[in-house]
Design a protein around this ligand. Structure first.
Ligand code: FAD
Length: 485
């Protein structure tokens, strides 16, 4: 139990009918209907809840939080429940309310001169893409989970994805937020301003807070012009050091039009083609690593193709790339992206695995992979490294699967028992390279204690003071983010 929380509620004394009467929307209490809200996407966390509340207005969200605050009932905000760190899963005490933002899903306004869109937190990322496209604009946040994840979740996890290199992460794409505070007040911070120096940046406190400080109910987001052309290519490289040489060359030849630069190891592609046989490796010869690149050009398709072909020619001539394919149609581009986006699902289908979401300075990625792979193989012979991610941002999903002969249901417990030791080697290496143990997936339950382990006492004390100031009763998503004291 979380000792940060004051006088947690006893579920036997809670009158849910009073909660039902406090807001308009849906209150789900039937045990069978609660289950999807109490298990995370990876099926690593199984919680319990008193009820799931789905209000259909901001006033309803505020009423629910006030009701919870008055009874010391914990509130677990939930969007699309696609988070990968267990942040949206309630604990197993059965004493919390899951507050689902699913019914708060309106596009409130679009301003094509200010290049901004204001949407409610429960809008899926795909809905926001569609609304932006209908107005002739681009909302560039790009995640494989876009059909299900929500803007509230994207901001609360400060999501990254495939276009951070060009456009930045969720925080950088947000101009303002509307928040229901932990006491049930409504703060309208929906300012569509690029410049605003009028006090502490409260918006930035709520972004990336994983629901531990308040509930984001709406956001004003930045829009961009739609590119005239996008070109995708895949290149075969020998190792991450060489991939970095390609990144440097691509940045010098393409400048800021380079939108994505993703690294994919050989095993990742093998997992995808094995579990999704409709998808094929685009090269006859396998390579230890591949890079997926994309450019967004504001001139024309012809201009983009000419630039990209010049890049690939130079990269092949200088021995950086051994082979390359450039997509010549939208279908080919989608097929290349599918190889990248299906990796997580393919790895999940292959059995339990140990995930790391790390970042180090971009220049250190090659050394990090080489040294950490070697140390892990020394200590855990036979484990398989599933390495992929946003190389252009210095962010890798540095995942570990069991050896082929110990994969599968009979060996899962044995493999997962190695997780603390594998984490220690990996995270110690990350810190030695001045990196972060959570680049874009947040802390949730999964990385809460690991993060605290590596932060200084000063940083932890400051974070606890922020939590205490904004959530004095400790009811907002307890047990996540900060370890209990
Ligand atoms: C196949 C797959 C691929 C993915 N790829 C990426 C990727 O490339 N990059 C990346 O960054 N992530 C990725 N993710 C992770 C996930 O999609 C993101 O973290 C996403 O931002 C979560 O959004 P959600 O609405 O599902 O949030 P949830 O999972 O519902 O919640 C996540 C956290 O935010 C809190 N929260 C949710 N809504 C609110 C709100 N309105 N107010 C306050 N707190 C809230 C929750 O309490 C929880 O702590 C991927 C996930 C999957 C399944």
């Amino acid at each position: 139990m979380d000792t940060n929380r004051k006088e947690a509620a006893d579920p036997r004394t809670i009158d849910l009918e009073a909660l039902r009467a406090a807001f308009t929307g849906r209150l789900i209490t039937d045990a069978g209907d609660l289950e999807p809200f109490t298990i995370d996407w990876r099926r690593r966390y199984f919680g319990r809840t008193l009820a799931v509340a789905q209000p259909d207005s901001v006033a309803g969200v505020a009423a629910i939080v006030r009701w919870c605050a008055s009874r010391r009932v914990a509130v677990v905000p939930q969007g699309g429940n696609t988070g990968l760190s267990g942040g949206a899963t309630p604990d197993d005490s059965g004493r919390s309310i899951v507050l689902s933002l699913a019914r708060l899903a309106k596009v409130r306004s679009i301003d094509t001169i200010n290049n901004s869109i204001t949407v409610e937190a429960g809008c899926t990322l795909a809905q926001v893409h569609e609304a932006a496209e209908a107005a002739g604009r681009l909302f560039p946040l790009s995640l494989p989970s876009e059909g299900t994840c929500t803007i509230g979740g994207n901001l609360s996890t400060n999501a990254g994805g495939a276009a951070v290199l060009r456009y930045g992460n969720a925080r950088e794409l947000c101009l303002g937020v509307e928040v229901v505070t932990a006491e049930g007040g409504i703060w309208n911070g929906l300012r569509g301003l690029r410049k605003d120096n009028t006090g502490y940046d409260l918006r930035d406190l709520f972004i990336g807070a994983e629901g531990t400080l308040g509930v984001i109910t709406a956001a004003t987001l930045k829009l961009y012009p739609r590119p005239a052309a996008q070109i995708t290519a895949m290149a075969a490289v020998s190792d991450p050091h060489t991939a970095l040489r390609l990144l440097e060359l691509a940045q010098s030849m393409l400048g800021s039009t380079l939108t994505a630069f993703e690294l994919i190891s050989k095993l990742c592609l093998e997992l995808v083609t094995e579990h999704f046989p409709d998808h094929r490796r685009p090269f006859t010869e396998a390579s230890p690593y591949y890079v997926l690149l994309e450019t967004s050009d504001s001139e024309s398709e012809a201009h983009a193709s000419a630039q990209f072909e010049a890049l690939m020619e130079r990269a092949i001539d200088s021995g950086i790339v051994s082979d390359a394919v450039v997509a010549t149609s939208g279908a080919q581009s989608r097929a290349l992206w599918a190889l990248r986006e299906l990796i997580s699902e393919a790895q999940a289908l292959a059995g339990k695995n140990i995930k790391h979401d790390i970042s180090v300075p971009i220049s250190s990625i090659g050394d990090f992979v080489e040294r950490t792979n070697a140390e892990l193989q020394r200590q855990f012979p036979g484990i398989r490294m599933v390495v992929f991610g946003h190389l252009g941002d210095g962010n890798l999903h540095y995942n570990v699967s069991p050896s082929a002969d110990r994969a599968g249901p009979g060996h899962e417990d044995e493999f997962l028992a190695m997780q603390p030791a594998i984490n220690r080697v990996t995270h110690d290496a990350v810190v030695a390279f001045d990196g972060s143990i959570s680049a874009e997936h947040g802390l949730g339950q999964l990385r809460r204690d690991e993060s605290a382990r590596y932060k200084s006492d000063v940083e932890m004390a400051l974070m606890r003071r922020v939590k205490q100031a904004l959530d004095p009763l400790g009811i907002m998503n307890p047990g996540k983010y900060l370890p209990p004291q």
